[in-house]
Write a protein that binds this ligand. Sequence first.
Ligand code: 5GP
Length: 586
Amino acid sequence: MIEAMPVVSATTGLHETLAVLTSQLHPDAKHKEDLSFLKDILSEKSLAYLMKIHEKLKQYEKLGPEPVLDSASCLVEDLTEDLQNGPLDDDERELLVLLSAPHLKAVLSAHDTVAQKNFDPVLPPLPEELNDDFEEESVKIVRLVKNKEPLGATIRRDEATGAVIVARIMRGGAADRSGLVHVGDELREVNGKVITHRRPDEISQILSQSQGTITLKIVPAVAEEDRLKESRVYLRALFDYTPFEDKATPCQEAGLPFKRGDILQVVSQEDTTWWQAKKVGDSNLRAALIPSTQFQERRLRYRMKMGSFPHPNSIKVPTYDQADREDCDCEAVLNGKDLASLRRSLRLKKDRQASSGDGHTPEANHTDFLIYEEVTQYLPRPDENPRLIVLIGSLGARTTELKQKVIAENPRRYGLAVPHTTRCRRSQEREGVEYHFISRPAFEDDIQNGKFIEYGEYKDNLYGTSLESIHRVLAHNKVCLVDVQPEALKTLRMAEFKPYVIFVRPRILDSQRKLLGSTSSLSAGITEEDLMDMKQSADLIDECYGHWVDYVLFKEDAVSALIELQVVMERVQREPQWVPASWLRS
Ligand code: 5GP
């Protein structure tokens, strides 16, 4: 029962009113249950928080805040990139860590979404002189507000009747947003100009000239398209696409340029040849055309037949064989860095897939061609294992050292899947720490017994990662790191470990090469040839395995590379990342 009037006035905030109200509730015998229920609800913490938020927002509403910029996330991305590119002092390093925090990113992203939103577009009333047209029942007048953007529709001419028909509506474009123009509609007039029988380029010109509002006279399609038939598929592009170089596209301007690794949201697969898609992270809401998998595959097959495209199975994996060069545990130094690993060969044993079963085959797509890979966002749940971190490195990247440092700095959080090798133990190495050192026959037995999920040969020694070594780290609930040759990705990419692949490559600055070019040999012990080798090795890995790489770490010096690696690895365990959809289906 409410005993006395709450002490509230017009100026009392909601939050305060709620508190007063709750304090006045005294359950009497008759309504005991109801009133305690009400009291419970009103005392809910979350309700109090909501009220507080409401009040705060009301205050801000009065202030009428304006965003200073609507792309704060981009600014932060640029800044992060700049910071990552340079040597860092303590403050900069701290800033980098702060800017990489998921909460800050989420706040900025929310800010940008609000800042960019175009609220409540107001349609002007129809001009009076158009009223006559309504007598013609089958004709509708559509008035759209658009700025400089295109209409977001393509048209075709019906050769038999000369009618101009809407061929395609781009998702998210002006026409689509209006919901008033549909595929199959006949366009009669644009801004009062009759367009039937006009040439397509004339029509395009009339359409593009109209800014602000555009008035269309339309005969609606008889058969309505099934507009609900829409897919929400996300694809990772496995190739670069430039619509302006594509002669097959129905409209180059309507094409979506993308790069390998971009995530594309496919919003329509109605057309089997040209899908409509948007780039994830692109502020542009309009969809554009991308070749469908089937179409892309068809034309690649055709090009292959004509000899202008190599057969996918004939693409060579890196066999960067420098066996004739000296393997050096020497003390070659570049800017103070030991380059023992620089002169290593990347000779890979070709036929060395581990006998770990069919389930380990990567699923780039259902063909051999690298076209798209269906992906979905994934963040390990608390009851799931953390994702496997796979490091691959090109010449001079020194991933082994990097990996050891990560673990040395945080042994509770990170663990190393200790690999097996047949090479001899070096003086500073300990059995079971850097490697398990075993004989070649023992290694070969283990291969036969399916012990390794991947293995490879490097400079006449075998190296392999056993399933057990990974499980051992995961059993301690640590993030497991492996450092393998890139070819191992084929077998490591599997649902069980959901690996996140980081490609470490040395950053070779142009100035560095120029400097090297001017002197035939270097005091640092690095020749221009070495730099060329490093670049070539990195490019080759990028070309052959780049589509499986989640993050490329350009290593400039060991300290900044370590920080960057730590930031990336934390992000993987905290923020959802795109993974092959097949990993979550199995
Ligand atoms: P190192 O003999 O200098 O310790 O390592 C030589 C190379 O073997 C490194 O490039 C490293 O990436 C590779 N390696 C180390 N462990 C493994 C492994 O478990 N599997 C494969 N495939 N390569 C490995």
